[in-house]
Design a protein around this ligand. Structure first.
Ligand code: ADP
Ligand code: 5GP
Length: 212
């Protein structure tokens, strides 16, 4: 039986662990496609263009928005970010799930889009603010000024937790990873994700009547 692809949205304040969890999900099930966002921010050390992000300039970004090539887009930490629509449509048509690492603004826009009924949104909370800062520092990717900026923004993001379908407190990474996979497996079985159920039920009914 075929199933409709899910749009799995992961959001969290920066440093709570969503990239780590996203990487694990992709290793767990390589049919899950990762939505590679376009951004105007500079690449960080080790980031690969086309893999982590499509690094583009502001003019190109604005052109994509004007041409309706973005499923959603937002301004975050002084830069533009957006999810290109084409690869998402392609994945959904092939029955593949798509994973988004995007903020609450993007999550809202996708939920309100024509693809909204296939959205499964998950918010990752840190166990504490002290731990959130420790993880940002420990990640070693940003200088003090950027970390301070991310920490100042973190409450804006955290305050959106109640807009999500599922909320996980990422204390123990193994447990959070396991819970996330369980949620995905369950949501894949939701009635609306299985368009062939109607036909299957009809076939069962016919078989039942013929057997009487
Ligand atoms: P985000 O993508 O949300 O900004 P990352 O996935 O980059 O966050 O995680 C930030 C840092 O915290 C990374 O160094 C990561 O290895 C670490 N981390 C993630 N989850 C946990 C956890 N449950 N316990 C301890 N460290 C974690
Ligand atoms: P970073 O610069 O740390 O990679 O990402 C900063 C924030 O932007 C994160 O909260 C991340 O989830 C969000 N983000 C990344 N890509 C997109 C996107 O395409 N759309 C939206 N709305 N947010 C994004």
């Amino acid at each position: 039986m075929s199933r409709r692809g899910l749009l799995i949205i992961l959001s969290s304040p920066s440093g709570a662990g969503k990239s780590t969890l996203a990487k694990r999900l992709r290793a767990w099930d390589n049919t899950i496609r990762f939505s590679v966002s376009a951004t105007t921010r500079e690449p960080r050390l080790g980031e690969v263009d086309g893999q982590d992000y499509h690094f583009i300039d502001e003019a190109a970004f604005k052109r994509m928005v004007a041409d309706r090539e973005m499923l959603e887009h937002a301004h975050v930490f002084g830069n533009f970010y957006g999810s290109p629509l084409g690869p998402v449509q392609e994945a959904i048509e092939q029955g593949c799930d798509v994973l988004f690492d995007i903020d609450w603004q993007g999550a809202q826009q996708i939920k309100n889009s024509v693809l909204g009924q296939s959205v499964m949104s998950v918010f990752i909370l840190p166990p504490s603010i002290v731990e959130l800062r420790r993880r940002l520092v420990g990640r070693g990717q940003d200088d003090e000024a950027v970390i301070a900026k991310r920490m100042r923004k973190s409450w804006d993001e955290i305050s959106r937790w109640s807009e999500y379908d599922y909320v996980l407190v990422n204390d123990d990474l193994e447990k959070t990873d396991e819970r996330l996979k369980t949620i995905i497996e369950a949501t894949r079985m939701a009635r609306v994700q299985q368009p062939d159920l109607q036909d299957h039920a009809r076939a069962l009914q016919q078989e039942f009547e013929e057997s009487q």
